[in-house]
Structure formats: C-alpha cells, structure tokens
Design a protein around this ligand. Structure first.
Ligand code: GTP
Length: 349
C-alpha cells in the first residue's frame, strides 16, 4: 500500500463531555490509563499509517506537549491549529494543498478496528471521490444514517432519524478515504461539516461516494456514559490487578479485577476495589472506602467509608468521608463531594 497521510480531527470542544473537558481536551482523556488519542494513533500505526496531521483547536498545547513529533509512537506527527473552529470539513479543507493524492480523515474520539489496506483498495477499485466506513447498529436514532445501494454506493444521508421505520441501519463510523476533489470546490476558511454539508453536497453534485462496511466493536466517547463504557471495555480484556510503580495496597483490602492502578496510589485498610476500575497516578482510597466500575483520574481522594460506583472523577477530586455518590456521578477537576445532607445524598461544589 502506498503510504497515506491521515488527518485526525481533534479540534472540538467536547461540550457533551463537560465537566471533564474543562481541564483536558477530549483526545487527552484517559482510557485504561493512557490518552484516548494515543490508542487511536497506535491503531493507525498498526495498520501501516506513518504520517499523521492533528487538526487542533480547543486546548491544543496539552496535546502537542504530550505527543511531540510522534517518534515515540513510530509515526511522523504534525499539527494544524484553527484560530476559530472550522468544522470537520473546514479543518481538512485548509490542509488540502499538502495532499497530492488520496488521504484518510478520522474523528479522533472513536475506538474501532478497520482494515485500512482493504478500505483503501475498495476506494480505488470503485473509483470513488470519497469512501466512508460504515457499520450496522440496532438503534440508529443517535447516529447519522448512510443509505447505500447493493453495490455499496451511497444514495442518501439522514441525520439522527426520529422514529422507525428506518430506511437502513448503517451509520457513519467516522473514518473516510478522500480524493482532493472531494473538497477542492469547498470555500476556504468557512465552517463546514462533512456529515451535514460536504457529503450531501457531493451526492447532489452526482459525485461517486462509496462505503466500506466494517464489523467489530465501535465506541465513541461523546458522553460521560460512553466514556465510562469505553474504559470498561478496554479493561474487560485484562484480568486481575495491574499496578504502577510505588503503589501500595493494604493486605486487608479486597481487590477484584480487572483493576488498573497508576503510580503512587494508596489503597488503605479494608478498602474495596471491584473492577473494572481505573485509578490514575497518586489516587488514595481511604480505610473502608469502596470503588466499583469507575474511572478516577490523577490525585483523587476517596475518603473513609465513602462509596464510588459507576463514576468518573477528574484530577484532584475529593470525596469526603462517608459520602455515597449517586451512581453515574461525573465530577470535573478539583470538585469535591460532601456528606452534607442528612438524607445521605451527596452534594458537590
Ligand atoms: P461535542 O461538543 O460534545 O459535540 O463534541 P465535539 O466538539 O468533539 O464534536 P463531535 O463529537 O461532533 O466531533 C467529532 C470529532 O470531530 C471530534 O474528534 C472533534 O474533536 C472533531 N471536531 C469537531 N469540530 C471540529 C472543528 O471545528 N475543528 C476540528 N479540527 N475538529 C473538530
């Protein structure tokens, strides 16, 4: 396969993932202890991609500082930062002069497996200007539907259909192969989205837009619950306990895997960790506290006898002693939960 450049779209503000994205941009939120974007780039590299451009906007410095020139991941990495958000297609439009043939574009907030060589082969065999990876879902309502004919050619796009009957169950997976002509007609420096502007316009222009049907797991981290689910799935492939340097677990603590601890964590007497659980560096679970099916970022403190279940707690969160967090709680950086009310309901500040 001729080596292809890939553009990863990572400029969005991640509003649905707030408050987590106030302090870290979505690509940097940890999945099984490492930034999501690191998993995405590793998968691309595994399928032979060697050159990646990151299209950035929101909180770009944290991303640049972590990934540098990409050499530690075996790829050449470069960065383009938008002054104002240009949308998924507008961001790629401004990179067009640096492409001399087919290239890949993907949303940076998705984990999936795609045989990229097979995808690109199909794109060329069909002679398409754009080929979209698609997959089938049970309930297409939250997604962008992509209706295809028996040859796999796209005939219609339908954003978030409200109710059945649905014309199809194939949805956009968020990875495309494009020819420069797919975008060369688009104005520069204007906000444009692939999903709602460019792809429907290509159909209206009678351009050949094709699809590549993929199978296997697909997960995005648009919302806190899908973020938690992505972590649970990533850890589901592991067994037991994996613990970073300097972490200490009291001999009376109960640990049921899969549990992943960063460096310098402390799990005190009679505490319980019931996996899947991820704790970032420097977390403390105090005496008798319980953490279950949750993701804790760095330096989180769970006070004595507190309960944390199905929760996502960002850097530096403090759960006061005795608090039972309502399941599904999401707290942003530096927030704390107090055992203030008599009803036992936690409040946060
Ligand atoms: P929400 O605000 O919660 O919808 O999240 P988001 O801003 O990430 O938007 P969305 O999930 O629709 O974006 C899908 C992918 O495209 C993500 O990886 C975003 O980072 C990226 N993206 C969205 N808008 C832009 C943009 O204007 N510029 C760039 N470079 N990337 C974008």
């Amino acid at each position: 396969m001729k080596t292809l450049k890939a553009v990863i779209l990572v400029g969005g503000e991640g509003t649905r993932l707030r408050p987590l994205t106030y302090s870290r941009p979505k690509p940097m939120v940890p999945v099984a202890g490492r930034p999501l974007l690191e998993h995405v780039i590793e998968r691309l590299a595994r399928y032979g991609v060697r050159e990646v451009v990151l299209a950035l906007g929101y909180l770009p410095d944290a991303i640049r500082a972590y990934f540098g020139d990409g050499s530690s991941l075996g790829i050449a990495l470069s960065y383009e930062v938008e002054e104002k958000p240009l949308g998924t297609a507008g961001a790629v439009r401004r990179l067009l002069p640096s492409f001399d043939g087919s290239f890949l574009v993907l949303n940076g907030d998705i984990l999936m497996e795609v045989d990229i060589a097979a995808l690109v082969r199909r794109h060329h065999e069909k002679g398409a200007v754009a080929t979209l990876t698609i997959h089938e879902v049970e309930d297409p309502r939250p997604f962008g539907l992509v209706e295809v004919d028996e040859e796999g050619r796209v005939v219609r796009f339908l954003e978030k259909p409200k109710q059945p009957p649905f014309p199809c169950r194939t949805v956009n997976s968020g990875l495309y192969v494009l020819e420069p002509e797919a975008l060369s007609w688009v104005e520069e420096d204007v906000h444009r989205m692939f999903e709602t502007d460019v792809f429907p316009s290509l159909l209206a222009r009678r351009e050949k837009v094709c699809s590549y049907l993929r199978s296997g797991p697909w997960r995005d981290i648009g919302t806190p619950s899908s973020y938690l689910a992505m972590n649970m799935e990533a850890l589901g492939q592991e067994q037991g306990l994996r613990s970073g340097e300097g972490s200490r677990i009291h001999s009376s603590a109960e640990v049921k895997g899969p549990v992943l601890l960063g460096r310098g964590c402390r799990i005190e007497k009679d505490a319980t960790l019931r996996g899947p659980v991820v704790l970032g560096d420097g977390c403390i679970v105090e005496e008798g506290a319980r953490v279950e099916r949750s993701v804790l970022w760095e330096r989180v403190r769970v006070g004595r006898k507190a309960h944390v279940v199905d929760a996502v707690l960002a850097d530096g969160v403090v759960i006061e002693p005795g608090v039972a967090l309502p399941p599904g709680t999401v707290l942003g950086s530096g927030e704390s939960a107090l055992a203030a009310t008599k009803s036992g309901q936690a409040s946060s500040r």
